[in-house]
Structure formats: C-alpha cells, structure tokens
Design a protein around this ligand. Structure first.
Ligand code: FES
Length: 110
C-alpha cells in the first residue's frame, strides 16, 4: 500500500506553477508542467538550492544558483543522466493531488 501525502487541491496548482511541500524529513517540489504533474526532491545536490525556485522548460528544471538541469520525469541530471535526484509518483484523487512516497520512482538518487 503506497504512502500518500496530500499536496493540495488540483485547482491550487495551475499549469506552470510549482509548490514546495514538507513531508517527513524532506521537502518535495511538485511541478505542473505541460499538462503533467511531477515531484522531485526540492534540494539541489550541488550546493542545496531550492529547485522549486528554478526555471522549467522542456521537461527540465534549471537550478536557480548554478544552472544544473534535472529532468522532471525521472530526476536525471541533464549533464550526466546516471546521476539522479529522487522523484516521486503523483496521484490525482477526488480533486486533490497526492504524493506517492513509496516506493520511490527511481532507485539510485544522488
Ligand atoms: S546549487 Fe544547484 S547548481 Fe549549484
């Protein structure tokens, strides 16, 4: 049984927006981009910037501090896809958006 964590009503995360959510011991950035929802750790592995403050384009978020780019779909670092940040599943249910916390969508996060 997956561990679901409510993010917000779908209506509160319109296209092009991002929301940062504290859950257990981490902060997760939830993006609404090009009609899909994505969730990744809101912590850049370089020096810790908040990825929810980054620019999103073509399925990637660019870190606001030093421009490392990560694919929202799988957390892969654009410059070296073998390295990934943790990403999470998203569930839409009864008009709300939920994070699916287990199992993680990728298994080798940075
Ligand atoms: S802190 Fe994100 S690229 Fe440096």
């Amino acid at each position: 049984m997956p561990d679901l964590h409510r993010v917000c009503p779908l209506s509160e995360l319109p296209e092009g927006e991002v929301r940062s959510v504290e859950v257990h011991d981490r902060v997760v950035a939830v993006f609404h981009h090009q009609g899909n929802y994505f969730a990744v750790d809101d912590f850049c592995p370089h020096q810790g910037a908040s990825l929810s403050g980054g620019h999103v384009e073509n399925g990637c978020v660019t870190c606001p501090w030093h421009a490392w780019r990560f694919h929202l779909a799988d957390g892969a670092w654009a410059d070296n896809p073998k390295l990934k940040i943790r990403c999470y599943g998203i569930v839409q249910k009864d008009g709300d958006l939920f994070l699916e916390l287990s199992p993680p969508a990728n298994t080798n996060p940075i």
